[in-house]
Design a protein around this ligand. Structure first.
Ligand code: XUL
Ligand code: CO
Length: 435
């Protein structure tokens, strides 16, 4: 067992007045909100890639972190990394974690070699899960880092890469099944284009649709109980990614007949890159029936790329959880911190404190959203705004024809009177409840 976190105490809830860095001030996992403990609303997960695999590089410089499990090319060090990860989950009392194949297994340079190390490390992780009670929220395949993916995975012009991608996703779905994962995620960082001048978009989209259908078929074949999730992002690393945002993904799923089989994993920073707010993406997915899970983080609003910082803006997070709660909350989904400490944050305690703060911010946000639901003022106002549609005449109109509706306007001398949207009042109500 590694002592990477030596000297760092177990993090517990101490209440809002605590000044202990290693304590939750708002996240009391057993606190019941809207009839359910906070831990079951939030379903927190730690991302293996940011906290344990990322070495601190940026486009201008390489590794800044020096961890005992570096270099990450050896099975005994991969196990040490897993020990450290599970130790952190225990210290934080997080119930879930998420991974890519490339984060957890040492790379052997061939598919067969990587399958062997993936099987060995996931056997080990299954033992750690049994020991600690920590579970897998989702697994996924990294089909964007290695040079073989540079022109795409399922959308690659080379059929051998499509085949390699299929084999890779199968192996990751098998591993997720072994770890009893609650979901399986596909994020297509290279599924898109760098230039249209060399791209057959229709062929690439058809291949991506076919690939996802194979994934869904395989899920049913192996009896995987989790949800298949696609994660939208508009660009970065590719100039343009086909899974641009929630609405684009839904159109894609519908075209390939997958909208009842696949849901979305929505990320705060990706929403911002797409020119949306996070709550917009969540409301869109909820309206279309595909809200699955969230990657919680934040971008730097000046920098303009995906900085994957830990969330620390309670009003923003509250608006997001308000949409999640309005949609009925998570089922198989949860709150994955797809966030990394800054590359100058070298110490083990930086990793712990980043998550402590993020968990507290999410707890504050979710509790504020729950208070808003309990207060009811916003939902009352929304209902009142649409109340006209509750009359039998209005309902009948929806089953009618354009000419009959036109007749009704003429006969009834209908002349609509505009009414205030009352936005400022609603914003004041929101701030009152936010406290
Ligand atoms: C990249 C991103 C990924 C996915 C999983 O921006 O969000 O880490 O969450 O591949
Ligand atoms: Co993500």
């Amino acid at each position: 067992m590694t002592d990477f976190f030596a000297g760092i105490p177990q993090v517990r809830y101490e209440g809002p007045d605590s000044t202990n860095d290693f304590a939750f001030r708002h996240y009391n996992p057993d606190e019941v909100v809207l009839g359910k403990p906070l831990k079951d609303h939030l379903r927190f997960a730690v991302a293996w890639w940011h906290s344990f695999a990322w070495e601190g590089g940026d486009p201008f410089g390489g590794q800044t972190f020096e961890r005992p499990w570096h270099p990450q090319d050896d099975m005994s060090r991969a196990k040490m990394k897993a020990d450290t990860a599970f130790r952190m989950y225990e210290i934080l009392n997080v119930p879930f974690y998420c991974w890519h194949d490339a984060d957890i297994r040492p790379d052997q340079g061939s598919f067969a070699g990587n399958l062997r190390t993936l099987e060995e490390i996931t056997d080990y992780m299954a033992e750690k899960q049994a020991e600690t009670g920590v579970r897998c929220l989702w697994g996924t395949a990294n089909m964007f880092s290695h040079r073989r993916w540079m022109s795409g995975a399922a959308t690659n012009p080379d059929p051998d890469v499509f085949a390699f991608a299929a084999a890779t996703v199968k192996s990751c779905m098998d591993a997720t099944q072994k770890l009893d994962g609650a979901n399986y995620v596909l994020w297509g960082g290279r599924e898109g284009y760098e230039t249209l001048l060399n791209t057959d978009m229709k062929q690439e989209l058809d291949h991506m649709g076919r690939f996802l259908s194979m994934v869904v078929d395989y899920k049913h074949k192996i009896g995987f109980k989790g949800t298949i999730l696609v994660e939208p992002k508009p660009q970065e690393p590719s100039k343009h990614q086909y899974d641009y945002d929630a609405a684009t993904c839904f159109g894609f799923l519908q075209k390939y007949g997958l909208e009842k089989e696949v849901k979305l994993n929505l990320e705060q920073g990706h929403a911002i890159l797409a020119g949306h707010s996070f709550e917009h993406e969540l409301a869109t997915a909820a309206a279309l029936g595909v809200l699955g899970s969230i990657d919680m983080n934040r971008n730097d609003y000046q920098t303009g790329w995906d900085t994957d910082q830990f969330p620390n803006n309670v009003p923003e997070v509250a608006l997001a959880y308000y949409e999640v709660l309005r949609a009925g909350g998570f089922t198989t989904g949860g709150t994955n911190f797809d966030a990394k400490v800054r590359r100058q944050s070298l110490d083990p305690e930086d990793l712990i404190l980043a998550h402590v703060g993020a968990m507290d911010v999410c707890a504050q946000g979710l509790k504020a959203a729950a208070r808003m639901i309990e207060d009811g003022a916003l939902e009352d106002a929304r209902r009142a705004r649409y109340a006209g549609w509750e009359t039998p005449e209005a309902q009948a109109m929806l089953g009618s024809t354009l000419e009959d509706v036109a007749d009704r306007v003429l006969q009834g001398d209908i002349n609509p009177r505009p009414r205030s949207g009352r936005q400022e009042r609603l914003e004041n109500i929101w701030n009152r409840v936010l406290g």
